[in-house]
Ligand binder design. Structure first.
Ligand code: NAD
Length: 298
């Protein structure tokens, strides 16, 4: 079992670190939230006073932070950990960040003799808890192979999309599609509801018809069509609206860099930004359903 420094214990990182502890790894954690660290300590992890302390002697360093600026500051900021990571270690960043930041980080860490892969995830908080995430990796094939020994305790699929940054590009393509599917599914359910249909019945019909998709099947945005999903828990937990808006911004930048056309991605970004602006930024992204509610229902 490996010695792992794990930084970022939020909705995703908390359960991911917990799975590593349960698998028997020697895990030292750090987060700005003391509550998050206390939860992991109770599960059997060691807690560190600083991020630098968390990576002492680590064979693997894993980070799961909100966005590019947090990742940059953790590794390369004034109190950055880059210079404190053992040379033999492999850094795995699972945050969703822009591809260029991942490429630049790979180069910067390499100057310290440290290897890096970008390994953003798909599967949501349910996948993080159940250890069934999909890791979408970019970097050297040998490093990704080495990472499987720890990624396999947090997920069931490990893909190599290509060189450094490619994991982030693939992740952003997936999340742009997810946002489009979630807004489309919400529109369809609201349209049916406003015309007097029972959203549960409409969901069953569409699940057996050509509108079937992941959001309808396992993450229905209409409350109480499915239990155990954020929509049935006042849109708490899950994947925040602000994080989806961030990912759609990354998709837009990634598209603009190469002249790709993403009109539906751009529209989804405007909807998520407007929803956040109305005070729903910390709610789960399936709450876009409420943003699309009909003004007049039957
Ligand atoms: P979160 O906001 O719940 O957790 C982020 C954690 O990072 C918090 O606990 C915060 O205290 C901590 N943190 C921030 N800066 C820190 C620092 N400098 N040092 C130590 N800790 C720090 O976010 P999340 O939902 O866990 O998402 C994390 C990443 O995973 C994001 O990039 C997100 O886009 C991506 N993601 C999330 C989901 C999801 O369903 N929530 C799914 C796939 C990918």
């Amino acid at each position: 079992m490996a010695k792992i420094g794990f930084i970022g214990l939020g909705n995703m990182g908390g359960p991911m670190a917990n799975n590593l502890v349960e698998a028997g790894h020697d895990v030292t954690v750090f987060d700005l939230s003391e509550d998050a660290m206390a939860t992991l300590q109770a599960a059997g992890a060691s807690i560190a006073n600083t991020a630098v302390d968390a990576v002492q002697g680590a064979e693997f360093v894993i980070s799961m932070l909100p966005a590019s600026k947090h990742v940059n500051s953790l590794y390369l900021g004034d109190e950055g950990i880059a210079a404190h990571i053992p040379e033999s270690a492999l850094v795995i960043d699972s945050s969703t960040i822009d591809a260029q930041t991942a490429r630049d980080l790979a180069v910067a860490l390499n100057k310290h003799g440290v290897r890096f892969i970008d390994a953003p995830v798909s599967g949501g908080t349910a996948g993080a808890k159940s250890g069934t995430l999909t890791f979408i990796c970019g970097g050297d094939a040998a490093d990704i192979e080495e990472a499987r020994s720890v990624l396999g305790h947090m997920g069931k699929n490990v893909f190599r999309a290509g060189e450094h940054g490619a994991g982030q590009v693939a992740k952003i393509c997936n999340n742009m599609l997810l946002a489009i599917l979630m807004t489309g599914t919400s529109e369809a359910l609201q349209l049916g509801k406003a015309n007097g249909l029972d959203p549960k019945v409409l969901s069953e019909i569409m699940l057996q018809s050509s509108g079937r998709n992941w959001t309808l099947e396992v993450y229905n945005p209409c409350p109480h069509v499915l239990e155990g999903v954020p929509s049935s828990n006042n849109y708490e937990g899950g994947f925040q609206v602000d994080l989806m808006a961030k990912d759609l911004g990354l998709a837009k930048d990634t598209a603009e860099n190469v002249g790709a056309k993403t009109p539906l991605g751009d529209l989804a970004q405007s909807l998520y930004q407007a929803h956040s602006g109305e005070g729903f930024g910390k709610k789960d992204f399936s709450s876009i359903f409420t943003h699309l509610e009909a003004k007049r229902s039957s």
